[in-house]
Design a protein around this ligand. Sequence first.
Ligand code: GDP
Length: 875
Amino acid sequence: MNETNNTDKPVGAAPPKSTLHLKRPVEQGTVRQSFSHGRSKAVVVEKVKRRVLGPGEAAPVAAPAKPAISMVPARPAQATAVPAKPASSAAPPPKTGVVLPTLTAEQREARARALLDARVREEEDRKRQSGEAEARRERESRERIEREAAEARKREEELRRAQEANFRRQSEEEARRRLAGGEPAPGPSVPRKPLPSGAIPPAPAIARAATGEEEARVPRRPILAPLVPQKVLVPTPRPARGADQRNRGRLTVANATSIEEERTRSVASFRRRTQRLKGHGAQDQKEKIAREIVLPEAITIQELANRMSERSVDVIKLLMRQGRMVTLTDVLDADTAELIAEEMGHKVKRVAESDVEEGLFDRPDEEGAPVPRPPIVTIMGHVDHGKTSLLDAIRHANVVAGEAGGITQHIGAYQVVAPGGQTITFIDTPGHAAFTAMRARGAKVTDIVVLVVAADDGVMPQTIEAIRHAKAAKAPIIVAVNKIDKPEANPQRVMQELLQHDVQVEAFGGDTLAVEVSATKQTNLDKLLEAIALQAELLDLVADPERSAEGTVIEARLDRGRGPVATVLVQRGTLRVGALVVAGSHWGRVRALLNDKGEAVEAAGPSMPVEVLGFSGAPEAGDRVAVVETEARAREIAEYRERQRREKAAARGPAVRTSLSDMMSNLKAAGHKELPIVLKGDVQGSVEAISAALEKLGNEEVLARVIHSGVGGVTESDVTLAEASKAVIIGFNVRAHKEARDLAEQGGIEIRYYNIIYNLVDDVKAALSGMLSPTLRETMLGNAQILELFHISKVGTVAGCRVTDGVVQRGANVRLIRDNVVVHEGKLSTLKRFKDEVAQVQAGQECGMAFENYQDMRAGDVIECYTVEEIRRTL
Ligand code: GDP
């Protein structure tokens, strides 16, 4: 019996005990597959029978599952597939010429080896399977035993736990009893009921403090100490709450299972208790602090809560209770905020928005010693009495006397040196424009007023006004009787006239200094300066140069190269380069300071005029300047003022403009009966004639009063006068200077020009009667019919029309008529013929039209085009 036969026999004979059979076309078997983590599963393995190679006794060879086996050289397969089994490891030498004659000896050998391998593998499989089944059975029985044991343990543990709970209850009761009875704490050897398992050693002693709070901090026995053989941790009975607080941090099996519930509750209750102790207590205490709350005109809820140091939720709650649903960022008015603050027990201090300016000006000097400062002088007087001439003369004389050839520049103010060596600051703005402007803004700049009165003219309306201004400003007056070089000059008469206006010169027993000067001849200028210096001494003018600077803007302009330039008269302290300054609604950091000679200086002390470069915009004359510490504050003030300015402008509106017609209504409303007029004419004769005619106008109710008349163009000073006295300016055959025109426009002063006396008189008459309202006359231009509408993205709706009659003009007024009803009145914004914008379109032509601010045209509408003429009515 050779090896081959042996090999073939079990395969061919199909032994009954074998589960695998090579003869079956498809063989099946199960293989137990085990995984590393202990699981195993049965896998069904199929073997597919290969085709029969030949007839006769040649046994059909079933190829093993691995397809490579039949063809590859057997040696490596044998080495790997066959485990160390002595019987099959010895490969038999091949027998010749028996199985398949076509096969070579090598092939036969390979086949024989393959068959052998297959059989060996089969054997192996069988063995392994039976082994595995055995192992499984063993494992299952082991598991069952373990399960049973575990259940037993569980039961045991439950029992124990119940007993422990019982025990705990008992000991707690005992503790309570003892505490109540004031009994001392028991020693560590508290008798304990042994646990049924018998394996648990008795719990260590429970130490407790005798009484009070200490009880909560009882040291506990270690929880992990007693280990039962089953490795079950025994939870310790807890005598007091404090003990489990101590133990909370440790996570053990016992902790996690048995006392879980208690632990959670403790945390919550602990937190509640802490809150009760700390939170509410603090809250109560907080409410007791009554704060003084600074309330602006509007405040957000959040800010209000902050200022009260309350929770904003509480503020919101309070408001909700009053039926107001609000959020943090809602703004409350001061009244509501005050109610809330008081409700919450705080005091309230209401402040206005203007408080941002608080402390900006007129801060008291620090204790630094004030030093004398030069007087600031303004020259005032009636028009043409020689103010400008006098200022020029003083400056010129001084410049010539001082540094010959020095170039002076006009910066709105300059300093000169009096013969006695005192410095005097002159505000180089003739007329009382600057003075009134500054006074109107609340700035008191002038220390001394030099009142110029022409010796040949005497006291005139503006002289009187100047006197009033000076007195109101409590500035002492020095009278300069000018033009004494004129032959008709009569200084005595001037001084006499002044008496009527409460100005008593020394010569007449008063205390007002008077100097007779001539600006053109430069007579007595020294005396004037001396008088000013003397007056200044009497005033005892001092200022502290050390403090932070304050001043007033004398002039400001926008310089092309240098940006906004403001001439500032420093009044207190010293202004330095680099300081942060605020003036009006502008602010900035001082970039450079230039004195009246155009020289750059580092600092400007009291009474010194300087040009300040670096403002964000040009402030207005009369704006006060202050140095602030931070940019934030500078910006805050500037923004506040800008708001104020805008609000004022909005409130003023165009209605406040002074014009003849609305002036009459204003006057009527105010109960005034005078219509003040500033009259300028080309020749004295006509001026006088007109004045006389106007004075005759009116009746017992109203009358026209010429407050100032003169020859020449309308000047800035005329406008200022008109502004100050709410007068209308009438120019007869003269026009206003550009500056005057600008000023009038700014101030809303109407300047009317006439060249026929009767017209002028008639208008004034009409104004006086309150009937002057220009008549509007409408002139029909033409009609157009809308044919089609086009919507053009940038232009809007454009109506394609045909002009049916007349003409249509661009810029003319139009009415849109639909079914004979006027639906819109306005102006044409576009008039197009084909692609071009045209001025007018004739009848019969087609055009495109668009309205200003109106889009709702329809095809078929009629556009009526007309012009409006204003016809001034004269009586
Ligand atoms: P303001 O309107 O007050 O500024 O007056 P001005 O300085 O413009 O002077 C008005 C006119 O008076 C000018 O024609 C000056 O030449 C003239 N004037 C000014 N001062 C004197 C003076 O002292 N003597 C003479 N004779 N004329 C003067």
